[in-house]
Design a protein around this ligand. Structure first.
Ligand code: SF4
Length: 447
């Protein structure tokens, strides 16, 4: 009987894509993947540093594993493991802690998953995180959407963020490999490919600084390659698919990329663009690379040039020094801009970041209040966006799942829709007309 392994992933889509890649290493080594709540021989936890109370959460997840099987081998990796290996190693029941690079060649570091109970292996050989390791994963809904990592790390220095510490400097996948793996994903039947990374817009590949791990593909591209050129080479591939950019910094969303979204419907007319704050004082303290007016200009350019474009926004409340007026600037900017939804985060201190030393801590209740106000605004924005879509014809990609007689899917501009289950529509694009908004989903008619 084969050994069993179970995974628990915290954090972003990038982490999910990387967990899948770790999973493939286990499959190649004869393991069977089971649900985290089942009895497994090995439990792997892929951590995140953005998670608040990462330490407590990690302890709980380790305990859950050991409740399922007290003799299981517990391995922890990911951003939090890279930053705080000692903290994790001290958690009772953890057998191994692996750094961010080492998780991609796990079996060359760990050859026995026998629980020792008295010692914890810690492996992080690289001081500098420089290599690029590719990763892809499917969405929970089967073979419809794949997350495809094309970039890792970040050279920006946002004062609240520990990701550059955990993931190292910005590096990108060789474009030859991107095209090869992208084509492979299409062959496997995926219809939507979501480009992920820490700072995807910063995708930049230079032949002179190649740091890919497997370069067995023919190098036929120009010496330097940016995200626009990468997208161009993807849309040149024949096929019935679409590409979504998971998130892009406002200063990196170029006119060329916008033009490509206008001219080629296979690049989704949906952009997730972090704002973080609408106050220039706070943006400066955050060390972001744009001002509120630049952001506004970008959103208005997008909405005037791409019909029904979907725009998601990340925003942080309660950053040190954020006064009531600063918050209201953020609130009013977002209220007045034609955006579709928000992801609201409450600021919390991260060790080794510049923001920790800033004065003007915002009271916890005030942070909660601001978070709540933006969440309500987000709901209103989403409803308005959905209602504006009533009567519009859109192309929906239906997911590979029967949800009690219904099926769900997304349009290119990220409107969630549902329709009566029809087998022949599974994992297919269909032209629909949006009929009604039913809370947070739209009902449609097939054309
Ligand atoms: S752009 Fe800023 S917030 Fe995003 S990963 Fe880089 S440093 Fe962190």
């Amino acid at each position: 009987m084969s050994s069993k392994v179970a995974f628990h992933t915290l954090g972003c889509k990038l982490n999910f894509s990387e967990t899948s890649t770790i999973g493939n290493q286990f499959i190649k080594n004869g393991f069977e993947i089971v649900d985290y709540n089942e009895i497994a021989d090995v439990y792997v936890i892929n951590t995140c540093t953005v998670t608040e109370n990462a330490d407590r959460e990690c302890r709980q997840i380790v305990r859950r594993a050991l409740r399922n099987n007290p003799n299981a081998y517990v391995l922890v990796t990911g951003c939090y493991a890279q930053l705080k290996p000692d903290e994790i190693a001290s958690i009772e029941g953890v057998d191994a802690v692996l750094g961010s690079n080492e998780k991609f060649s796990l079996f060359s570091y760990i050859n026995s998953f026998e629980k020792k109970n008295y010692s914890c292996v810690y492996v992080s050989e690289t001081e500098e995180l420089e290599s690029f390791y590719s990763a892809q994963s499917s969405d929970a809904d089967g073979r419809t959407r794949a997350f495809f990592k094309v970039q890792d790390g970040c050279d920006y220095k946002c004062s609240f963020c520990t990701i550059p510490l955990a993931r190292g400097k910005s590096r990108s996948m060789n474009p030859n490999e991107v095209v090869q793996q992208f084509t492979q994903l299409l062959k496997q039947g995926y219809k939507e490919i979501i480009l992920t990374g820490v700072n995807v817009g910063d995708y930049f590949y230079s032949k002179n600084t190649d740091n890919s791990t497997s370069l067995d593909v023919e190098n036929k591209f120009q010496p330097d390659y940016d995200l626009y050129q990468l997208l161009q080479s993807m849309v040149m591939i024949e096929g019935d698919f679409r590409i979504r950019i998971s998130s892009i910094e406002p200063n990196l969303l170029t006119d060329e990329i916008i033009d490509l979204a206008i001219s080629d419907e296979r690049l989704c007319n949906h952009f997730h663009i972090p704002l973080q704050s609408g106050s220039n004082n706070i943006l400066k303290l955050m060390q972001r690379r744009y001002k509120a007016e630049d952001y506004k200009e970008l959103i208005l350019k997008l909405t005037s040039s791409i019909k029904n474009v979907g725009i998601g926004v990340d925003v942080i409340v309660g950053f040190p020094g954020e006064t009531e007026d600063d918050f209201l600037e953020t609130y009013n900017l977002l209220r007045d801009l034609p955006i579709s939804y928000l992801h609201v985060f409450t600021y919390s201190k991260r060790p080794n970041t510049k923001a920790v030393d800033l004065s003007g801590e915002v009271n916890v209740n005030e942070r909660k209040k601001r978070n709540n106000m933006l969440r309500i605004l987000s709901e209103k924005k989403r409803q308005d966006f959905y209602r504006k879509m009533i009567g519009e014809k859109v192309k929906v990609l239906f997911e590979d799942e029967n949800l009690g007689g219904f099926m769900k899917g997304f349009s290119s501009n990220y409107v969630r829709v549902k329709y009566t289950f029809r087998e022949e529509l599974l994992n297919q694009f269909a032209s629909v007309i949006i009929k009604e908004v039913d809370e947070n989903i739209c009902t449609v008619e097939i054309l």
